[in-house]
Design a protein around this ligand. Structure first.
Ligand code: ZN
Length: 451
C-alpha cells in the first residue's frame, strides 16, 4: 500500500490513456488503441496478459445541431445538444417538429395522439448523484417510449448535477419491436429554455443528427485480461476490473480511466511483491460497458465453468473522487471478512463498508452468485462530468488516484490471501437478460452510476 501511494506510474498511465489515446468509443480506433496499450502495459509490469474477443455494435456520432423556433417575435435559439448512443440520424434536411414536454414514461404513454409526429422533451429534476438511478430511465427507455407513442424524435435533459451548458450523452435503447427515432441530450440550460418556450406557447425544434450505426454494424474488439496465478489455490479467482471504453465527447478520464489506472496500479504492486497471493488475482478491463455490456457478457460466457470458483469480483467505475471504502453485494455475514480486509485502510479514511456495490460489468456474474464489490468513492462531482466533454484528466487528483489504487491493491490482496471466502449472494430472480432479449442491450436498471 505504501509503495503504491508513492508510485507515479498510476497517474502517468492515466495520462497516456486520456491525453495520449483520448476518447475510446466502442468500435473506434481509440478503443482498439486502448486494448493494445493495456496489454503492453500489463506486460511491461511483468504481469501475464492476453485479450479475449468481444463482438461490439459500432455506432458513430457525426454532425449534430439544433435550434428552438418559438413564435415571432422570438428569434431562433441555438440548442446545446449531443446525440444519444444508439440514436439513428435525422432524415435528410433535418427534423422540424413541435416539442412536447413530459416528466415520466407514464406521461409519454398517456399522450396518445398528442405525441404523433412531435419531438418529446424528457424533463426531470436530477440534483444529486443519487437521483441518477431514478432519472436514468428517461434517457435509456424514454426515446423508445416516445417512438412507441408515435413521436418523430426525443430530447432528454442531461443527467447532470451541474452544468456549464455541456450536454451529457449516454446510451439509449430501442427494443426490436420499436422504430428507432433520432434522440439527443440537451444541456440543463437548454432544457430550461425549452421549458419556458413551451410554457409561452407552441414551440418547434429543428434537429440535425448525423449519427447512426456504422457499416458493418458490428466489429471485433476485445477485453484485456491479466493474471497473477495463486500460490495455493490457483483455481479460486478474485477479479478486479474497470472498463476500457468511454464516451467520445471528453477523454474518459473519470469514466472510466481512473478505474483502469487503479487496476493497472494494483496488479503492478502485487507483481512487485514477488510472492503471489494464495488465490489467483485476475484483472479484467472490459470493453463496451457504455453501449451494451457486451464485454461483460462475453467474459461471463467464456469463463462460465470457472464462475463457481470466482470468490469475489470488484469493479472500479465511480470516477476520481476520494476513496471512502467498499460497496458490496454478498451473502449474509460478509461484513466479518470485509471489515478485516478493510482494516489496513483506516489510516487513509477508506475503510467504510457500504451496502450495495459493484459496477455494471459485474451484472452477468451475479447470476453465478459471485460476490460483487466496488470501491466506494466521493461522488459529489462525478455527475458534473459524467459522459460530457468535461471528462478530462485535469479533473483527477493524483493523490486521490494513488489512494484508490492502494485501496484496490489492499482489498484484492486481502480477499485473495484470506483463509475463508465471502458468503455468496442470492442470484437475481429473473433469468439472464441477454439470453431473453436482443443481444447488446442491458436493462435500464443496470445503467446506473455504477457505470
Ligand atoms: Zn463507467
Amino acid at each position: 500500500v505504501g509503495a503504491l501511494l508513492q508510485d507515479p506510474a498510476t497517474y502517468e498511465r492515466l495520462a497516456e490513456l486520456t491525453d495520449g489515446i483520448g476518447p475510446r468509443l466502442t468500435g473506434s480506433a481509440g478503443a482498439a488503441a486502448a486494448v493494445a496499450w493495456a496489454l503492453a502495459t500489463f506486460r511491461a509490469d511483468g504481469v501475464k496478459a492476453w485479450t479475449e474477443p468481444v463482438k461490439v455494435a459500432h455506432w458513430v456520432r457525426g454532425e449534430e445541431w439544433g435550434e428552438l423556433l418559438a413564435p415571432a417575435p422570438a428569434r431562433p435559439q441555438r440548442l446545446a445538444l449531443t446525440a444519444l448512443g444508439g440514436s439513428p440520424p435525422t432524415p435528410a434536411g433535418g427534423l422540424l417538429a413541435e416539442v412536447v414536454e413530459v416528466r415520466s414514461l407514464e406521461e409519454v404513454r398517456a399522450l396518445g395522439e398528442g405525441a404523433r409526429g412531435k419531438v418529446i422533451l424528457f424533463q426531470h429534476g436530477m440534483a444529486t448523484p443519487e437521483d441518477y438511478k431514478r432519472d436514468a430511465e428517461l434517457r435509456y427507455d424514454g426515446p423508445a417510449a416516445a417512438s412507441a407513442a408515435g413521436a418523430a424524435g426525443a430530447l432528454v435533459r442531461s443527467l447532470a448535477t451541474s452544468s456549464l451548458r455541456t450536454p451529457h450523452t449516454g446510451s439509449t435503447s430501442f427494443p426490436p419491436e420499436v422504430t428507432p427515432i433520432p434522440s439527443a441530450a440537451v444541456s440543463t440550460e437548454d432544457a430550461e429554455l425549452l421549458h419556458r418556450a413551451i410554457a409561452r406557447g407552441p414551440a418547434k425544434v429543428r434537429l440535425t443528427l448525423g449519427c447512426g450505426t456504422a457499416d458493418p454494424p458490428e466489429v471485433d474488439s476485445a477485453n484485456v485480461v491479466a493474471e497473477i496465478r495463486g500460490r495455493e489455490r490457483p483455481d479460486e479467482v478474485v477479479v478486479i476490473g474497470a472498463h476500457l471504453d468511454s464516451w467520445d465527447l471528453g477523454t474518459g478520464a473519470v469514466d472510466d480511466g481512473t478505474g483502469v489506472a487503479m487496476v493497472l496500479g494494483a496488479m503492478r504492486a502485487v507483481a512487485r511483491l514477488g510472492v503471489p497471493p494464495r488465490r489467483t488475482l485476475r484483472a479484467v478491463l472490459f470493453m463496451n460497458e457504455e453501449q451494451g455490456l457486451s464485454g461483460a457478457i462475453a467474459y461471463a460466457e467464456r469463463h462460465g465453468a470457472e464462475l463457481p470458483h470466482h470468490v469475489a469480483a470488484m469493479e472500479m467505475d465511480l470516477g476520481a473522487g476520494r476513496p471512502l471504502g467498499l460497496g458490496f453485494d454478498a451473502g449474509k455475514g460478509s461484513e466479518r471478512l470485509l471489515s478485516r480486509v478493510l482494516a489496513p485502510l483506516a489510516g487513509l479514511g477508506a475503510n467504510r463498508l457500504i451496502a450495495h456495490g459493484g459496477g455494471s460489468d459485474l451484472a452477468p456474474l451475479r447470476y453465478a452468485q459471485v460476490p460483487a464489490l466496488g470501491l466506494a468513492q466521493d461522488l459529489t462531482r462525478y455527475f458534473d462530468l459524467h459522459h460530457s466533454a468535461a471528462d478530462t484528466l485535469d479533473k483527477v487528483s493524483p493523490t486521490d488516484l494513488a489512494v484508490g489504487a492502494a485501496a484496490v491493491a489492499a482489498i484484492a490482496w486481502g480477499l485473495a490471501e484470506a483463509e475463508e471466502t465471502l458468503p455468496r449472494p442470492d442470484p437475481p430472480t429473473e433469468p439472464p437478460w441477454w439470453r431473453r432479449a436482443a443481444p447488446a442491450s442491458g436493462p435500464a436498471a443496470l445503467d446506473r452510476p455504477a457505470r
